[in-house]
Design a protein around this ligand. Sequence first.
Ligand code: NAD
Length: 541
Amino acid sequence: MANAFFNVPKAINEPVKSYAPGSAERKELQETIATLKNSTVDLPMIIGGKEIRTGKKISMHPPHEIAHVLGSYHQGDANHVSEAIDAAMAARKTWAITPWQDRAAIFLKAAELLAGPYRVKMNAATMLCQSKNAFQAEIDSACEMIDFFRFNVQFMTEIYQEQPISAPGIWNRLEYRPLEGFVFALTPFNFTSIAANLCAAPALMGNVVVWKPSNTQIYSAHVIMELFKEAGLPDGVINIIHVNSSVIADTIFKSPYFSGVHFTGSTSVFNQLWKTIGSNLEIYKGYPRIVGETGGKDFIIAHKSSNPAEVATAIVRGAFEFQGQKCSAASRVYLPSNLADEILDLVKKDVESFKIGSPEDFGNFINAVIDEKSFDKIANYIEYTKSQNDAEFVCGGTYDKSKGYFISPTVVKTTNPLFKTMCEEIFGPFLTVFVYEADKYVETLELLDKSSEYALTGAIFSKDRASINIATQVLENAAGNFYINDKPTGAVVGQQPFGGARASGTNDKAGAAQNLMRWVNSRTIKETFVPPTDYRYPFLG
Ligand code: NAD
């Protein structure tokens, strides 16, 4: 009998395992990678719990070893999107009225399964599918995903506890209803945890979901589906489809039941989605929730008082981990003239010590970029830079796609603060540095603020408090996640709610109560215990 106000377990961040030589987790991970590589998968779409195989198979390869086949997935079409919407709407009838403690238990169970028996498979799949080294996979597909599930359950109960006051004789209540239709989750390749969370956050709040993962993340996406099933998520609550982006505008966004999109990806795609949704408003039952976390041109600025070794380490980790394919990765740096040479020497030394290759060799710090399209885009930026006379290479500038999509970590120094690669998102291991006159600090902050359309993450390094305060003020709108003496990557759920503004998204802060609020439609209920029986107010007397 559910007749009490239950407390949920207090959320804590999942500890990160080390995978150091000799550790049990390292051995188990290496064995699992070998097992996955020795078998091939045949991945169906999953609609209403049913496996749908169309026979139109697309093969999947690790980005670092394109000759190897991981298996294939079945490609669907517009009919499958309609079936997924129908399956979601059918599941909604029971899921929307499932008691919150049952929804909480399913996602808490998913967290524990992932902390335990599913951890190794999720990490191995992410390493092979997205070319992440063991540490990058662990902090993403294990720890961050676990944290999303645990913290969101806690935030959900905090939201439900938020209730209005009641005057004598009446009782006011707020209900947090799920949205009236389905939520569309459209997810990026770069974080397995983000893909899971974009589906799980609305589902936790009682919504049903149609999920289209990135084509380059489908392999690990299916481990997420397995995890949800094992945790007890009913069929049809989350439906995974593999379709070309081109069918989405005429299916998802033409459905009267479309009630929200949970997107993470590039700014241009998000802008296009928003326009399509806007032009279809009369079709929908209500105004859809549009939540999107998009691109970035994340910065580090060092003040003349900063410590060169601290700045260099933040640059090296912040720009190059996971090949710079984090939305938060540092990609433009402003160094003061008194320290620039020393910092760049340290950066060059570190970058040239990186080992590059397959994540299956645990000594490799840098792995491949995600696919050929991305490889070619980054290579074009390298060639463009070579053709310009206001930029020079500090290190890197080479690339090779004969075995996998490998780009050498590249640092470019420019004399032009508005050089193309100082302003545009490249999304790869490519960093541009501008050296400013050390006494033109405030002017440089103002320049930084205006150089890019994005405002996701940024960092200031300084030992001088006044300069930190100035940066915090001048750069107020330049980043949704602002770091003082720390690299701009590595936000932790529950500690640094994540998201940016301007062209970086709607800033609904993934892994925070703010995000969950977008997936509910609250209803106010006022109940009067003894209603009046005479319309006349005393003043009429
Ligand atoms: P992407 O925009 O290419 O793709 C995202 C999703 O949209 C994928 O599922 C893709 O198949 C789909 N898609 C692509 N074109 C579409 C179209 N025309 N219509 C409908 N759907 C379409 O992004 P990506 O390459 O997977 O991820 C990298 C981008 O994501 C970068 O810009 C990065 O900054 C951003 N990102 C942002 C955050 C954040 O929190 N702000 C986090 C991670 C990634």
